[in-house]
Design a protein around this ligand. Structure first.
Ligand code: AMP
Length: 404
């Protein structure tokens, strides 16, 4: 099946072919015809699956056929980086069309964004905060919007944007098409679907999020106090051409980046406390290979489209198994091979056991020369309370260390 089998305008087919995209990805195969039919749509798909094109191609097609001359579609995204990425994808797909987009995000000059809106944007790609600000100041009106795309619904919820989403959805016409994309379909995104979508078509790629089989995954058991040393040792490997190192918190990301720089490893950190221009510069530098390592937190890394990452290194395991799958999905993009390495301390044993249960497999353990050989056996089944005293007690009894 090729893109030309869809009923897309020739100008869009030409733009896809200019990009070298000939065959639709699985999510595009399912979502494009459903969206072209005018129905609402819930699609379970992650960044890296080709989801942006899956919602932009049918939306641009609709606006082009209608000769839209007003703001007719909005894309709501959780992060600035994702908005910027959707904006870039828009420019490529709309290159033979007379449609314009405005990207509306916080942390950047208002003047350029307002100019783009006033010049007559047909599509608004926006993060909730700045969009509400513009709505309140009457800089933008959504009363003629025909298509609403809610991108990364699960992340919007994680980041606490539900109230803002509700306010925005009150401003768009009732009669509209709504497309919702989410990496997962837990109860949160389902609730959004029930609240804002009408009898949606559903497209799910894979029964549940699973890492691509082309990613080699390994666990490196390590004592807490040896984590930093082991990371440096692993990064000596020449096959690690470019790596994203994930940490649990922003301050740990800063500390790991400093550690790497002190050891002459070109590294940069990306997290929510950095300004937009710092984040853009970091990402551009990493993509251009000026940095070998990017140190990131989960929220900051979500939705980044970084091709060619040879390794993902989990300096800390994420608390949620789903975040592990998102993290390691940064490598092995679009069918390439990749490797995911996780440094795991005995204190993270329970998190690891939970992860292995989600993955349905025990991950391979590897040993690094010169480090104590630790065994981390799967944890016995325990009853876990998300916010009870259990975690706090175990945190307090952890050995104190620089990396605790
Ligand atoms: P996304 O999931 O939208 O973040 O897309 C991830 C990457 O896949 C982007 O770099 C796209 O340019 C690329 N991509 C999207 N659709 C296709 C396709 N049909 N064939 C090849 N690459 C694609």
């Amino acid at each position: 099946m090729s893109f030309s089998d869809f009923e897309l305008s020739p100008e869009i087919l030409r733009a896809l072919s200019d990009r070298g995209h000939h065959d639709p990805t699985p999510i595009q195969l399912g979502a494009i015809p459903a969206a072209l039919s005018g129905k609402d749509l819930v699609a379970t798909a992650e960044t890296g699956s080709g989801k942006t094109c899956a919602f932009l191609a049918p939306t641009l097609d609709r606006l082009h056929r209608e000769h839209a001359n007003h703001l007719a579609a909005i894309v709501i995204t959780p992060t600035r980086e994702l908005a910027a990425q959707v904006g870039r994808e828009f420019q490529l797909l709309a290159r033979h069309l007379k449609l314009r987009a405005a990207v509306v995000v916080g942390g950047e000059s208002e003047r350029r964004q307002i100019d783009e809106i006033r010049k007559g944007a047909h599509v608004l790609i926006a993060c909730p905060g700045r969009l509400i600000d513009y709505l309140e100041r009457h800089i933008v009106k959504l009363d003629r919007v025909e298509v609403v795309i809610i991108d990364e619904a699960d992340r919007l919820l994680d980041m606490g944007f539900l109230p803002q989403l509700r306010r925005i959805m009150k401003m768009v016409p009732k009669h509209r098409q709504t497309l919702m994309f989410s990496a997962t379909m837990a109860s949160g995104p389902e609730m959004i679907a029930r609240e804002f979508l009408h009898d949606p078509a559903r497209v799910t790629i894979g029964a549940k999020a699973a890492p691509p089989p082309s990613i080699r995954q390994a666990i490196y058991p390590v004592a807490l106090e040896d984590k930093a040393k082991m990371l440096l040792e692993i990064l000596k490997r020449p096959e690690i051409e470019s790596a994203i190192v994930f940490t649990r918190t922003k301050s740990r990301a800063d500390r790991v980046a400093k550690l790497l720089l002190r050891n002459d490893i070109r590294a940069i950190q990306i997290h929510g406390d950095r300004s937009q221009s710092q984040r853009n510069a970091a990402l551009a530098g990493f993509k251009a290979r000026r940095y070998r390592v990017m140190v990131a937190t989960d929220v900051a890394a979500r939705g980044l489209d970084i091709p060619d990452v040879s390794h993902v290194i989990n300096f800390d395991l994420p608390d949620e198994s789903e975040n592990y799958i998102h993290r390691i999905g940064r490598t092995a993009r679009m069918g390439k091979a990749g490797e995911a390495i996780s440094l795991v301390t005995p204190e993270e044993r329970v998190t690891l056991a939970r992860l292995e249960r989600t993955l349905g497999a025990e991950l391979e353990r590897e040993h690094v020369e010169g480090f104590d050989k630790l065994e981390i056996a799967p944890a016995k089944p325990v009853k876990l309370f998300r916010s009870g005293g259990f975690r706090n007690r175990s945190a307090r009894s952890r050995p104190r260390s620089r990396w605790a």
